[in-house]
Design a protein around this ligand. Structure first.
Ligand code: SF4
Ligand code: MG
Length: 287
C-alpha cells in the first residue's frame, strides 16, 4: 500500500456520461477520496458494480473492476475478496439494482459479513431506464408507469440491514463531500460488511427527492449525541421515518469478518490445474 496516493489517482481517463448535476459524480468522488484516505491504491482496489446509471462507476474509476450482472454485484464482490483478501473491495450500485433485483443478495451479504464496502447510490428511481418507481420511491411518487404512485411503502434499506445482522450501517449525501468521504472511509475500514446508503439525486427524473429536499431535511448524526454502538438507539433512528439521517447509524465494534472467522486459503496454486476442464465436464454431463 502506498501512503502518498491522491484521490485523483483513482480517476480513469473515461469521461462520465452521467447527466450534468447527477448525484453519482459526488458519490464517486467521495468513494475515491475514501479509498485514498484509507491508504489503499488503485493496484490494490477492486470495484464491483451492478447495472444502472450507478453501474458505470467502475469504468470511470482507475482500479480493477467488474461491471456485472443486474443485482449480482455482492456475491461477485464477496468472491473477489475471498479469493484475494489483500484487496480493498468496494461494491457499488443503485437502489433498483441493490434493493429490488439484488435484494436477496443484499440480505445474505449483510449476514455473511465479508470484509468489504457496499455503497448504494439511492436516488429513489430507476434512472437508466428513464424514470420508473424503484423500491425506495415514495408511495405517492408519480411516474409514467405508476401514474398514481407505487401505492406501497418504500423499502427501508437500513432496517433490512439491521434485521439481517448488519455490523456497519450508514447513510450519506453525495454532495456533502467531506462527510460522505469520511463515512465511506469508515465503511471501508470496518472489519466486515460496511454498508452505506448514499442519497445521490437523479436530477433528470426525480423532482421530489432533490438536492434541496435533502439539504432541508438531513440531520447529521455527528451533530447529535447519537452513539452508533448503541443498538437500540440505532434501531430508533432507522425506524424514524420522520427524518433523513446522515452518518454512521450503527456499528458493531466487536464485528469479525467472515474471512477472519473462518479463514481463507490464499494459496491459489493449490487449485489443481485440471480443475476448469473437470468443471466443464461436469457442466456438460448435467446439461
Ligand atoms: Fe444521474 Fe438520473 Fe441522469 Fe441517471 S438519469 S445519469 S441517475 S441524473
Ligand atoms: Mg436508482
Amino acid at each position: 500500500m502506498s501512503s502518498n496516493v491522491r484521490f485523483t489517482d483513482f480517476k480513469s481517463d473515461k469521461q462520465p456520461t452521467w447527466c450534468p448535476g447527477c448525484g453519482d459524480f459526488g458519490t464517486m468522488n467521495g468513494i475515491m477520496k475514501a479509498l485514498a484516505n484509507s491508504g489503499t491504491d488503485p493496484d490494490n482496489t477492486f470495484m464491483v458494480a451492478g447495472i444502472g446509471c450507478s453501474g458505470k462507476i467502475g469504468t470511470y474509476m482507475h482500479s480493477y473492476a467488474i461491471h456485472g450482472v443486474h443485482g449480482r454485484s455482492l456475491p461477485v464482490a464477496a468472491g473477489v475478496k475471498l479469493a484475494n483478501p489483500d484487496l480493498t473491495v468496494v461494491a457499488a450500485g443503485g437502489d433498483g439494482d441493490g434493493y429490488s433485483i439484488g435484494a436477496g443478495h443484499f440480505i445474505h451479504a449483510v449476514r455473511r459479513n465479508v470484509d468489504m464496502a457496499y455503497t448504494v447510490m439511492d436516488n429513489r428511481i430507476y434512472g437508466l431506464t428513464k424514470g420508473q418507481a424503484s423500491p425506495t420511491s415514495r408511495e405517492d411518487f408519480e411516474t409514467s408507469t405508476t401514474p398514481e404512485g407505487p401505492k406501497q411503502p418504500p423499502v427501508n434499506p437500513l432496517a433490512l440491514s439491521l434485521a439481517a445482522g448488519g455490523t456497519f450501517i450508514a447513510q450519506s449525501f453525495a454532495t456533502d463531500h467531506k462527510r460522505h468521504a469520511e463515512i465511506v472511509q469508515e465503511a471501508i475500514e470496518h472489519d466486515g460488511f460496511g454498508f452505506v446508503n448514499v442519497f445521490s439525486p437523479c436530477v433528470t427524473f426525480n423532482d421530489v427527492d432533490t438536492y434541496d429536499y435533502f439539504r432541508d431535511n438531513l440531520v447529521d448524526l455527528a451533530d447529535t449525541d447519537h452513539d452508533p454502538t448503541d443498538y437500540d438507539a440505532a434501531k430508533e433512528k432507522i425506524l424514524d421515518s420522520s427524518k433523513e439521517y446522515e452518518g454512521v447509524i450503527y456499528k458493531d465494534e466487536s464485528s469479525v469478518s467472515y474471512e477472519e472467522k473462518f479463514g481463507v486459503d490464499q494459496n491459489m496454486s493449490d487449485i489443481p490445474s485440471g480443475a476448469p476442464d473437470d468443471a466443464m465436464d461436469l457442466v456438460r454431463e448435467f446439461y
